[in-house]
Structure formats: C-alpha cells, structure tokens
Ligand binder design. Sequence first.
Ligand code: FAD
Length: 445
Amino acid sequence: MDRKTIKSWGGVHVSKSWQFNPVNEKEVVSLFKLNDEYGVIPRGSGNSYGDQALNSKGGIVSIQDFPEHDELSITSEGYASVHGGTSYAALLSASVKQGWIMPVVPGSKSITIGGAIAADAHGKNHFHKSSISSCLIDIDLLTSKGSVVRCDRSHEPELFWATVGGFGLTGLILKATVQLEKIESNQLNVKSEKFLDFDELINRFNTAALSHSYCVAWLDLLSKTQSGRGIIQSADPASASSEALSYESPRRVSIPELIPFNLVNKASCGAFNTVKFHGHPSEMQQKSVRFPEFLHPLDRVRNWNNLYGRKGFFQWQIVVPETEESFLEEIISKLGDLPLLPSLAVLKRLGVESGSYLSFCKPGWTLAVDFPFGSEASRGLLHNFDKRLADIGGRIYLAKDGGMNPDLLNTMYPRLGDWKQIRKEYDPGNIWQSDFSRRLNLTDS
Ligand SMILES: Cc1cc2nc3c(=O)[nH]c(=O)nc-3n(C[C@H](O)[C@H](O)[C@H](O)COP(=O)(O)OP(=O)(O)OC[C@H]3O[C@@H](n4cnc5c(N)ncnc54)[C@H](O)[C@@H]3O)c2cc1C
C-alpha cells in the first residue's frame, strides 16, 4: 500500500505511513491482513498536537469514511449511539436541533468521538461535569484479535477504562453510546471580565466556577508590566427562545497551508494581546452567543495552525494540583522570560479524576500554552518545570505532548503499570502502535 506523509496538528511531527480507510465494519476487519511489524494506529481528525495519531513505517486506520447517520436517533433518556469517526460537529449538528447537547465538549468541533474518548477529553466545565467518560455508556472496540468487544463499567471494565484515555493503543473504537443532556436554547449567556494579576484571577475563577456552568481564562503572558493579566469568561445555558435550535456557525477565514514562514512572532503576539486586553472594557460585559462561539472560538479561523509556518508549534498543557497554586503563579510569571514565545495561554479549573488508568484531569488548574517550534531545543526549555511538576503531583496532558521526558511518566501517571498490563493482555502482539507509544515506551512490555 502507498505510504503517505501525514503531519500532526502542531506540524512538528510527521510520519510516512500507509493509510486504510474502511467504509464499514465488515471491511475494517481486513485491516489485520495489512498489519506489519510497526503495527497500526487509529486516527480521528488528526487534531493531536503531537505524534499520538502518527505511525512512521507502520499504518494508520481511519473510520471517518463510515456513512453518517441520516438522523441521529436519541432515546427519551438522551442516549445516542455514534460511530467513533463521528466529529463533534456532526454529532452536535444532529443533536442540538433535537434539543440535546454533549455534556462534555472539547475546544474544537473537528475532534472525533473516538479521538475524544482516546484522550479522555475535557471541556470548559470539567469542575462540574468531569471528562467525556462521565457521559460515556459503552464502547464497541475492535481488538487485536479481530473481534468486536462491547465494554462498559461492569462488562470488561478494565478494557473500558484502559481504552478511555488509552490513545488508540487497546483497539479501534467503532461505536460508542453517549448520554446527552437536554437544552432549551442554542445560546449561552456569557459574562467576561478583565483581571490584572494572579490573585484576582484565582479569586474570580473560584467564585465563577461555583456559580456558572462553564469557565475559562485567557492569559497575556507577554505583558512586561502585568504578566499574567487577562480575561475570564463564564457561561450558562440560556433559557428557551424563539430561535430554532441549531449548532451551525459560519467559518469566517481560512489560512492556507503553504505559508512557509511563521506569522506568530513576538511583535504580532504582543500586538494581539495588547489589543485583546485593552479592547475589553474595564466593567464586566454580558452577551448571549451561540454555543460554537464560546465552546469553539478557535474554529472561527479554519486551519489556524498554518499561521505557524513550516516549523509548526507545540502545546504544553499541564495540571497543577489545587494545593500548589504558588507553583502555577511562578510558571505564569516566568514563562514569558524564557527564550520561547508563549503565543496563546488558557487556564481552566479541573474537578475530580475519572476512572481512566491514564486520567490527566485531577482537582486543580490546567494551563495550556502554545509555543512556536524554534528548534529541537525548544521543548527542553520546559523540562525543569516538568520535573518539578511531577514532584508535586502534577501532570503533562499526554494528548498534547510532543517531547516530555518518559522517565516522568510513572510519577505523573501512577496507574501506568496497570494500564500497560491490561493493554498487553488485549494486544500481546503489539498490533496497536504509534510514534507516540514508542517515544514514551508505552508498548514495550
Ligand atoms: C483546537 C484544539 C482544541 C482542543 N481542545 C481540547 C480541550 O478543550 N480539551 C481536551 O481534552 N482536548 C482538547 N484538544 C485535544 C483533542 O481533544 C485530542 O487531541 C483528541 O484526541 C483529538 O481527536 P481527533 O479526533 O483529532 O483524533 P486524532 O488526533 O486523530 O487521534 C488522537 C488519539 O486518539 C486515537 N483515536 C482516534 N480515533 C480513534 C478511534 N476511533 N478509536 C481508538 N482510538 C482513536 C488516536 O490513535 C490517537 O492516539 C484540542 C485540540 C485542538 C486541535
């Protein structure tokens, strides 16, 4: 089979792999005839910043060509069955018009349900709703034995929890049943407020998280005078209106792929941050917006990742335990001093851990920062923070990682050994492999 060059979302990781796009469940099983020593990895919409869905020399399987359901069937209790290649965009377009929404929605609507389960993804409401696993009822998984196993919390629970947050390394998620939540309107009432320093940020966030459904803060890490200032937004579903329920929102701009140089530099980011911060009035603002505007703001610019040019960019997302806020403050105040450019920084509050063996979320704060990729050395500049993070019980989000030190994994993810054992039981021949799994020695034993 021909090998294709495939890039990660951040553009830093590239692989040359064969790709298999079955169009139905019957065809997918012939995957095992194609298998080679470098194995195969499921791929969703390729929104992984790093090498999670790449497999150099080996193969990639995508089920995005499975036919979409004409009409999503939702039971009166809100249960819906979707295939793993269904994007959030497709699911939400179908469900919102019937008056239902996914309780957990990550930051881009291109993400597939399979990809979100494989990352145990979270949204801007983790402190209330936890991760996607909280609304996941069961999974139909194609295992390395070529059979489809339905697993849930009571039937094959180890396989279920190893697959949630398991990065495609236990098998291919063919289908999932999710529990949706009733909505009366497709609007959210959003409040936004500026903050000037870390104490203000934490106080406002803690208050907002208690009384609002969603909360997120944008941080300006480039200001020389008030590093860490920013804007906090909280939101709640609006009550019924006369507008027809719909999830659609027009995309405004598209960035072409062929920009050879990086448009995201100190001058452009500094100017963007200043305009964004000073453009916001000093008093609290309130408005009603459609769901996508609040839940998926970056999707307004299609392929915005191309702005970073050929070299690409990487994201560093961490969770700092709630008892360690001083470390978070130190990171926020010092990131701008490194020879790296923190081009976009977002803070969210996390609640309880899920049952996933590799759950990233735990009570605390998650900071996600994008950096243009200057050279191989760029990621290494954060290793000192990584080490200290591990020592205080924090974690790097594996779904976004592209260059952490694998020696920190066991400390950050104390159930990793159990996960490896379960994975091995279901995949003794290491059929499911990726550049990511080999880089972090996840499929070694
Ligand atoms: C703009 C943007 C915003 C984001 N916001 C958030 C956020 O708010 N919260 C959050 O938690 N994450 C967020 N993410 C990260 C995203 O949720 C994960 O990277 C997710 O895994 C991407 O899903 P995908 O469909 O693009 O899958 P891919 O990137 O193609 O694959 C991701 C992983 O899932 C596995 N996988 C994909 N499909 C299947 C399947 N059918 N069966 C088994 N395994 C599968 C792959 O093997 C791979 O390990 C964001 C990413 C972007 C680009």
